[in-house]
Ligand binder design. Structure first.
Ligand SMILES: [Zn+2]
Length: 443
């Protein structure tokens, strides 16, 4: 069963790249038009200049459904009760991303391998919360629709629906007015999840990190808890935060010893690091993989064995939900409780930008499982998933590894055994190496 799953993942992974590179080649060859605007740099804060001409290239029947970028062929703006609706018709299921920018305040819909070809621009004329709009390509594969806001706004609802029989899709985004303060808070939250301008890096937004040498993969090891947040405490007094740091260092050393990898840590001492800060560290480093190391407590003391968790909106089971809930409390423990109030933007992101990352994460989980299996005691169903905040990172694939559970006396003894720790670290490093060899050269 496990081998079957791994093969399926590999197949999906290969297929994904065939499609992705096929599109990139088509676009590079100019076979597929990417829109009316040609912008050289993807680092400008808002690369879409005001449109100089009206584009009216609706997709022909022949274009619709053929390979190539998906086409947003119609759009309209309407007002209702203070809200402004944006409706976009798409010829097939789109990959896209939405986010806000400030100075001036804007709402951006960014397409991934899609183009805007409105048959008629008139229904898109500015109204309500939208003072003006423009669209065009911002890179070889990305296009943006930029709505200038007349007032600060937030996403009230979003829906992507399949239109019966036609095979088309309709994206409906509802914008509501919010206070300037709320807009600023939403931007801060969006920034912590995405970077200030969605998937496009803005100059000066990020701490510059050295370019990765060709073929070198960056792995971030994240020892759970630390400082004021001790994590779980074993029946014999073991502190999770100390165990995770110790094991993380062994894992890092084993990966370093392979050569061809750059290892970083979210913490290298007994300090508190918030969950969003851990995410940020991995993202700013442009990490290729995050491995978060834990050894938590469960209510059921009989449960034991290593568990590999990936990110999912809904937990696979009640145990996974329990672990995620307790992990996500880390910030609360440290008095940083940030209510998850502003969730519409983050929800959209979770939906739409995590897909590729999720595929990589699941693949790594499978590779890790087959390496650990002969050497490490595992829980029943060792691949589980839940909504772990530390893994909510659109750009960095990752897993949260529970080495075992400190609520189980035998697990605690095993986890403290140096030889066991070494064995585990070696197998994790092997899995990392296999994962990247299968995945190909660095991004
Ligand atoms: Zn933990």
């Amino acid at each position: 069963m496990q081998t079957g799953l791994a093969k399926l993942d590999l197949f999906r992974f290969a297929l994904f790249h065939v499609i992705r590179w096929g599109l990139a080649l088509l676009l590079a060859a100019g076979v597929v038009a990417t829109g009316p605007l040609s912008i050289g740099s993807a680092v400008a804060s808002d690369p879409v200049e005001p449109a100089t001409g009206v584009e009216t290239a609706a997709p022909s029947d022949a274009q619709i459904g053929q390979q190539g970028p998906f086409i947003v062929f119609a759009g309209r703006l309407t007002e209702e009760g203070g809200n402004t609706h944006l409706v976009l018709e798409v010829d097939r299921k789109p990959e896209f991303n939405v986010f806000f920018m400030e100075n001036p305040d804007r709402f951006v819909v960014e397409l991934d391998n899609g183009v805007f070809r409105f048959a008629d621009e008139a229904p898109m004329s500015a109204k309500g919360l939208v003072a003006g709009l423009r669209h065009g390509a911002v890179s070889e594969t990305k296009a943006r629709l930029v709505l200038e806001l007349s007032k600060p706004a937030a996403v009230d609802s979003k829906e992507l629906e399949a239109v019966k029989e036609s095979g088309f899709y309709r994206l409906v985004l509802d914008l509501k007015p919010v206070s300037a303060g709320e807009f600023t808070r939403n931007l801060a939250e969006q920034f912590s999840v995405l970077g200030s301008s969605g998937s496009v890096v803005r100059k000066g937004d990020r701490v510059r990190v050295p370019e990765k040498r060709a073929g070198v993969h960056r792995v971030v090891i994240d020892p759970g808890h630390g400082g004021i947040d001790g994590g779980a405490i074993g029946l014999h007094g073991t502190l999770e935060k100390e165990l995770t740091l110790k094991v993380a260092r062994k894992v890092g050393d084993s990966i370093d010893a392979l050569g061809g990898y750059e290892v970083h840590y979210t913490r290298d001492s007994d300090v508190f690091i918030s969950l969003s800060e851990r995410q940020r560290i991995a993202r700013n480093l442009n990490a290729d993989l995050l491995i978060s190391v834990h050894a938590d407590s469960l209510k059921q003391h009989s449960v034991r064995g290593a568990t590999i968790y990936t990110l999912a909106r809904r937990a696979t089971d009640s145990l996974a939900a329990e672990v995620a809930d307790s992990e996500n409390l880390a910030d609360v423990v440290a008095g940083l409780a940030a209510p998850e109030a502003q969730d519409d933007v983050t929800d959209i992101l979770a939906d739409l930008t995590l897909r590729e990352t999720t595929r990589f994460s699941k693949h790594f989980s499978s590779v890790l499982l087959s390496n650990l299996k002969p050497h490490v005691r595992l829980i029943n169903n060792p691949q589980r998933a839940a909504s772990f905040k530390v893994l909510k990172n659109p750009e960095v694939p990752g897993v949260l590894l529970e080495l075992g559970y400190l609520s189980n006396s035998e697990d605690e003894k095993m986890l403290m055994d140096e030889a066991w720790q070494e064995r585990l670290a070696t197998e994790i490093a092997k899995a990392v190496d296999i994962f990247f060899k299968q995945r190909g050269p660095g991004r």
